[in-house]
Design a protein around this ligand. Structure first.
Ligand code: SIN
Ligand code: MN
Length: 291
């Protein structure tokens, strides 16, 4: 899939693009069928909500689940980003966020690149998030919220929040969020939240400021996020476990567009379990320095 010049302009201005219903219900069903068994696993890569059994985030399923290994190489998700960056990509992070009915907790306001820079020493913002909804997303089940144009601020000061939720995040303070929302139009468009059927895709800039509220509705809001990084921009430190921030910088080769339903063959390097090395972390910068 190629972006049109108009779409590229809109992406540069707004920091995101929304593609409602890009994947068919049959393709989504193929992915959804695998989720309950993945979430049931008692593994480090399933991060549960604070004080709850509900899965907040499942990491790295593309390394041990066939349908998600296909999605990680899907041309509808990978090719537009490759074209934008003019370079091959590797998978920096792969997650299936639960945001389960009644239990899904907030994601505070943040930029993803803030975390990738501060924790992983990713050199620049040449990395992109691609989300796909596995459930319908509406105003009640905690849709993603964006501040349009906020990516143009570059990297914003952030605070490492280790307490609010079960997952540490570099978050942006309320005063700055207020300013950014005002600048983006205040009540007239200063915050947007793309909503649509399961199978919809969002492409969003790694510096776009975003958040989501808790899910008090009776509807799950399972979504997959691919964080695709230009190969030359690979991370320079392994401070976080490998299931969170990947260390294999091999360029992604896309499968064919019908790969989900055709059940294209895929390698599953972690099918027999996650290697112990994936839990090892280091403060040493690749090439030498210790932080
Ligand atoms: C994220 O920002 O990484 C996740 C937000 C969400 O799933 O709502
Ligand atoms: Mn994020």
């Amino acid at each position: 899939m190629r972006l049109t010049p108009q779409q590229i302009d809109r992406f540069d201005t707004e920091g995101y693009l929304f593609f409602p219903g890009l994947f068919t219900p049959e393709e989504v069903a193929e992915l959804n069928a695998a989720v309950p068994a993945l979430y049931a696993r008692r593994e480090a890569y399933n991060v549960r909500e604070k004080g709850s059994e509900a899965v907040r985030t499942n990491f790295a399923a593309h390394l041990y689940s066939e349908p998600f290994a296909r999605l990680a190489r899907h041309p509808r998700m990978v090719e537009p980003v490759e074209a934008l960056f003019g370079e091959k990509l590797y998978m920096h992070q792969f997650k299936i966020n639960g945001k389960m009915a009644f239990e899904g907790d907030v994601w505070q306001w943040h930029q993803d690149y803030g975390t990738w820079k501060n924790d992983d020493l990713m050199p620049t913002e040449r990395a992109m998030n691609v989300a796909i909804f596995l459930d319908d997303v509406n105003e009640y089940n905690g849709p993603l919220m964006f501040i349009p144009g906020s990516h143009r601020k570059g990297v914003i000061d952030a605070r490492h929040d280790l307490t609010t939720t079960s997952y540490p995040l570099w978050t942006v303070d309320n005063a700055l969020i207020t300013q950014l929302v005002e600048r983006a139009g205040g009540k007239a468009g200063g915050i947007v939240s793309p909503k649509g059927p399961a199978g919809s895709m969002i492409l969003f800039h790694s510096c776009l400021v975003h958040a989501s509220t808790s899910n008090l509705s009776p509807w799950n809001r399972v979504s997959v996020y691919l964080s695709l990084c230009a190969v030359s921009n690979h991370i320079r430190r392994f401070k976080r476990p490998e299931y969170i921030a990947h260390r294999d910088f091999t360029p992604i080769d896309c499968l064919t567009d019908d790969c989900l339903l055709a059940r294209a063959p895929v390698d599953l390097p972690w099918a027999g379990g996650m290697p112990a090395s994936a839990l090892e972390t280091s403060l040493t910068e690749l090439g030498g320095n210790t932080a």
